[in-house]
Design a protein around this ligand. Structure first.
Ligand code: PMP
Length: 400
């Protein structure tokens, strides 16, 4: 943007309180070089109040230079299947001048076959976060309630705020279990409940029975399976086949188990009536030619994905044992990260001292958890054995 354009854009966002009445006034708003000022033109934001009110979601740090041991945003440390590279190269040599398949037909067929459903149960998205956005936009109206466990993935709350709807936290017990009495009344009033399984930041997984109890009787349950492939019993979507399954939406991502965080691809899976409604909300071409090619090749190479998941689960077991040896309390993780805490606290300092050594983990703090507690700790992504070795030796120095 040129400086003149930037100034014009700024003026546009801060409109005078009395709106221009004539077209000529409107044009001068965009083009005149002097900003409206002074009491005659008190400025007010043009954003919806819901947008002005919120901070917006802050993603984990993404240093762009190399040399970091990066264990803060749950990426896969291993490269994607070599078939992905070939497929993307082939796609670049193809017809990039035309729009991609708006229905992602080839991908939907593959994903459907993997989960034993028909292709009209599948809706791909630009990362599973996009699926979560589409679901919120499609289902929740003013005055309706969105719920989600807490501590958990903070984006759910941001999505509800962006939609301008009510939200409430399903407060988890200190051991990450559900308090049925506390949760049930909120679930009964929910239009939409988001539940990640395994949960983040804890990494624990809840049982099928616990999950089924969270289906709102007059709403939808979104079962966010971003980390499902790392669980001992990966969720194969069985809940969709139950009687209440028509009120469940599963979401999956290619950012974790398939090593494609940079590509942005995920999908939702639900009854075809649900998918049909969600399709009305999405951009026509929400997944691009290159990401579709990458996802198709990745999902086709299950052996590659499973081998990486197995390596990560092996490293996870060693990391948990070593952290416990250092005196941390670590939740038994079913995901590609672990949640580590010390009873004496000091988590933020540990995070900072590791960062000083170019090792990034995620420091997370959740105020107002159950019984007014503050929950904080370190969420550490499971990297390669070498990265985890680097972390552990730095940790020894930091703790000494
Ligand atoms: N759900 C959870 C619980 C996550 O932690 C993440 C990753 N931040 C996502 C969904 C989104 O993943 P993506 O948009 O990369 O598919």
């Amino acid at each position: 943007m040129t400086p003149a354009c930037e100034r014009a854009a700024l003026r546009y966002l801060h409109w005078p309180a009395h709106a221009p009445s004539r077209e000529s006034d409107l044009i001068s708003m965009h083009t005149s070089s002097s900003r409206p000022s002074g009491p005659a033109h008190p400025e007010r934001s043009l954003f919806r109040p819901d947008i002005d009110r919120i901070e917006g979601y802050t993603p984990g740090e993404q240093p762009q230079e190399t040399g970091w041991i990066k264990l803060n945003t749950n990426e896969n440390p291993y490269p994607p299947s070599p078939a992905v590279r070939s497929a993307v190269i082939l796609a670049t040599e193809g017809r990039l001048n035309i729009y991609p398949d708006p229905l992602a037909t080839a991908f939907r067929k593959k994903a459907a076959a993997l989960f034993g459903v028909d292709p009209d149960w599948v809706l791909p998205g630009n990362g599973s976060d996009e699926c979560l956005t589409l679901i919120t936009r499609a289902f929740v109206d003013r005055g309706e309630l969105v719920t989600f466990p807490y501590p958990s993935y903070i984006l759910y709350e941001t999505l509800a705020d962006l939609q301008g709807v009510r939200h409430d936290r399903l407060l988890l017990n200190a051991d990450w279990s559900w308090n049925r009495d506390r949760t049930r009344p909120l679930v009964e009033r929910s239009k939409l409940a988001f539940v990640p399984n395994p949960n983040s930041p804890s990494g624990n997984a809840w049982t099928r029975h616990e999950i089924e109890e969270l289906i709102p009787p007059a709403g939808m349950l979104v079962l966010d399976g971003a980390y499902a492939d790392f669980a001992d019993n990966p969720d194969g979507g069985d809940v969709l086949r139950t009687q209440a399954g028509a009120r469940v939406i599963l979401t999956r991502t290619f950012s974790k188990s398939y090593s494609l965080a940079g590509v942005r691809f995920g999908f939702a899976m639900a009854h075809p009536d649900v998918i049909r409604g969600l399709r009305k909300v999405k951009d026509s071409y929400n997944c691009n030619t290159l990401s579709l090619a990458a996802a198709l090749a990745a999902i086709d190479d299950q052996d590659w994905m499973r081998a990486n998941v197995e390596k990560i689960c092996g490293t996870r077991a060693r990391l948990i044992q070593a952290l416990r040896g250092e005196g941390f309390h670590v939740v038994d993780s079913q995901a590609n990260f672990v949640w580590a805490t010390q009873s004496e606290g000091g988590h933020r300092e540990i995070y900072q001292r590791l960062k000083d050594r170019k090792i990034l983990v995620r420091y997370m703090r959740f105020p107002d958890a159950a019984d007014g507690a503050v929950v904080d700790g370190l969420r550490i992504t499971v990297g390669t054995d070498e990265e985890v070795g680097g972390l552990l030796s730095a940790l020894k120095e930091v703790l000494a």
